[in-house]
Design a binder for this molecule. Structure first.
Ligand SMILES: Nc1ncnc2c1ncn2[C@@H]1O[C@H](COP(=O)(O)OP(=O)(O)OP(=O)(O)O)[C@@H](O)[C@H]1O
Length: 596
């Protein structure tokens, strides 16, 4: 036995009118859209038909809003079929596909009027057929009657009348209606008037007006962006995707933008505004532009507030992405200074893109100035001068080794900022002639000069004492000779060791269960941070001659904490205590002539 679904009409009307749309304001859009479609339907057979759409807003309390068009109108059977059947539309073909020339397609738009009114009156006349009045009510019932005499319409067309529901009056105020009609319909190809004033300008922002010079067009686009998006763009990029019937412009933000923030664009469908907040039009990396576009082929969702995410939208996204990349690479060839300025603002977006994109990586390599131990320079310049691109993948490590490396003439790139290490590691894939080498802080200790064995032996007593003093900090003491001679000690901690230490510290601070979990990561590791004393430093040369064990502890602890501070390492409570102890101890000794 088979049954058919039952439908609760009141529930459906409520769902479609109140819950599909984000705001009652869309009723103006739906009414204009129906009027435009009705005129388009006449033009199928009569292309020269001069369509007019006139909206009249209530001037006083109790008055209705009307929208009048001289479009195709409806016969009485069509009224029953189209106005009174939810989901039925004249804008679909026999196979149920949306007909290309029309804006509407779902057969539900008129219901949005129930957001602001309890009843919708439609008076309509198709050709020489009698005028029909349809009175639909939000409870799902409707009445139909034929109008004659003075009540009949004098010419074919349709008048829709809405009386504001109590509490919804603000949506029908003349000012609001004018604003909404202008917002949604200013680009429509058919003149729309609100209370006698046209709100349609016809010209899309990206079009070039007759005889308009490029400079004037640009100035107009800049001021459009100010009105629409609230910023004066860094540049304007024309967009065009033929297979989606898409034209438009992208405005480049003049300030850095947050890559995680939602990026909303203004999208028109067949010259009617879909939404000012459409997401997903561009690839995610393109967070540095805002677009305004019109498309004839992309599909709206039923609420008409977003684009349907289908394969065509995916193609559009890719194609628009290509156009933005093309703009960047072109800039590199025609206006280097401007490209550099752009990179200064949007390097994060460009670098994010360069992680997967060779062309963008080339752009970064050529134009982005990196911090290096020999001053700021691009990777291309660095490579030309030093051959191997040696880089340090963490900011802390770069800071630790920068002074020593530059004193030794060792050129190293700071790749400690977001994406940099990934980009540098990817450089050889771009060009096999490029060699890169990741350097860690502990690599540097092997580059520091070892002392002669007998010299090191001579310092043994001091080194044993120093190691004993630093055992409780988990630090290994070494002595090497290196430049700059002014630097007494260097604290070296590479990325792996730093992680290991973090885990260990975490283990000390948490309960047993966590401690055992963290312990499984640290078990078996013996790497320790290193304090490398500089034998070329006069103070160290003096320190190694100290025989008093207490003074050795004070000196070594002092050197250790100072090296931590220079390396911008965080101080643990035990380190701060060592700082106090050594500072006060050394002060005491100094004041008592070394006898504290
Ligand atoms: N001003 C009008 N003149 C002539 N026919 C109209 C008019 N307004 C509505 N109609 C008829 O009523 C039908 C239903 O309109 P409705 O706005 O609910 O849906 P739609 O425009 O077909 O699709 P969508 O839900 O996408 O807007 C339309 O398909 C059209 O045939």
């Amino acid at each position: 036995m088979s049954y058919t679904f039952h439908v609760d009409l009141r529930g459906i009307v409520d769902l479609l009118s109140h819950h599909l749309y984000a705001s009652p304001r869309v009723y103006v859009r739906e009414l204009m859209q129906n009027a435009v479609d009705a005129i388009t339907a006449v033009r199928v057979n009569d292309p020269d038909h001069a369509g007019t759409i006139e909206i009249s807003a209530p001037k006083a309390a109790g008055q209705p809003l009307t929208i009048t068009d001289n479009g195709i109108g409806l016969t009485e059977p069509q009224v029953h079929e189209l106005l009174a059947t939810i989901g039925r539309s004249s804008k679909r073909d026999d196979l149920g596909f949306a007909r290309h020339e029309f804006l509407g397609q779902f057969g539900i738009g008129l219901l949005s009027c129930f957001l602001v009114a309890d009843t919708i009156q439609v008076r309509t006349r198709c050709g020489d057929n009698p005028t029909v009045e349809w009175l639909g009510s939000s409870d799902g019932s409707y009445q139909v009657r034929v109008l004659d005499g003075d009540d009949a319409l004098a010419a074919p067309g349709t008048i829709v009348t809405l009386r504001p529901r109590r509490g919804a009056e603000e949506w029908l105020l003349p000012k609001t209606v004018r604003e909404l009609a202008g917002l949604y319909g200013s680009m429509l190809p058919i003149t729309v008037q609100v209370d006698g004033e046209p709100i349609t300008t016809g010209l899309a922002p990206w079009e070039t007006g007759e005889g308009e010079a490029q400079v004037a067009r640009r100035a107009r686009l800049l001021s459009y962006a100010e009105d629409a998006f609230g910023f004066t763009p860094f540049d304007v990029i024309d967009l065009d995707v033929a297979e989606a019937g898409l034209r438009g412009v992208a405005f480049v933000l003049p300030m850095p933008s947050n890559p995680a923030a939602r990026v909303a664009h203004r999208v028109y469908l067949k010259q009617m505004l879909l939404s000012e907040g459409v997401e997903g039009l561009l690839p995610e990396w393109a967070f540095f532009v805002r677009c305004v576009i019109d498309t004839t082929e992309l599909r709206p969702t039923a609420s008409r507030e977003a684009l349907y995410d289908d394969t065509l939208l995916a193609q559009v996204r890719e194609s628009l992405g290509d156009q933005l990349r093309g703009w960047m690479t072109r800039l590199g060839t025609v206006d280097e200074a401007k490209l550099q300025q752009f990179l200064r603002i949007h390097h994060l977006g460009v670098k994010a893109l360069a992680v997967h994109d060779d062309e963008m990586l080339r752009l970064v390599e050529q134009w982005w100035p990196y911090e290096t131990t020999v001053g700021p320079m691009t990777l291309a310049q660095f490579r030309d001068t030093y051959g191997v691109v040696r880089f340090v993948p963490s900011l802390d490590e770069f800071r630790q080794i920068a002074a020593v490396a530059s004193a030794q003439g060792l050129a190293v790139v700071n790749a400690g900022y977001v994406y940099d290490a990934e980009l540098l590691s990817r450089l050889p894939a771009l060009d096999e002639k490029i060699t890169t080498e990741a350097l860690s802080a502990s690599d540097l200790s092997t580059r520091l000069e070892e002392l002669a064995p007998d010299e090191e032996l001579r310092l043994r007593t001091f080194l044993v004492g120093a190691q004993r003093a630093l055992d409780r900090f988990g630090v290994e003491v070494l002595i090497r000779a290196f430049d700059p001679a002014g630097l007494p000690a260097l604290y070296l901690l590479d990325g792996d060791t730093a992680l290991h230490l973090d885990l260990k510290r975490g283990q000390e601070d948490v309960d047993d269960v966590w401690a055992s979990i963290l312990g499984s990561f640290t078990a078996g590791r013996t790497d320790r941070p290193q304090l490398v004393l500089n034998h070329r430093n006069p103070l160290i040369r003096q320190a190694v001659t100290v025989t008093d064990p207490d003074l050795t502890v004070l000196v070594v602890e002092g050197l250790y904490v100072q090296a931590l501070l220079l390396g911008r390492q965080p101080l643990r409570p035990v380190d701060t205590a060592a700082l106090n102890q050594s500072f006060l101890g050394l002060l005491g000794r100094a004041m008592h002539g070394g006898a504290a």
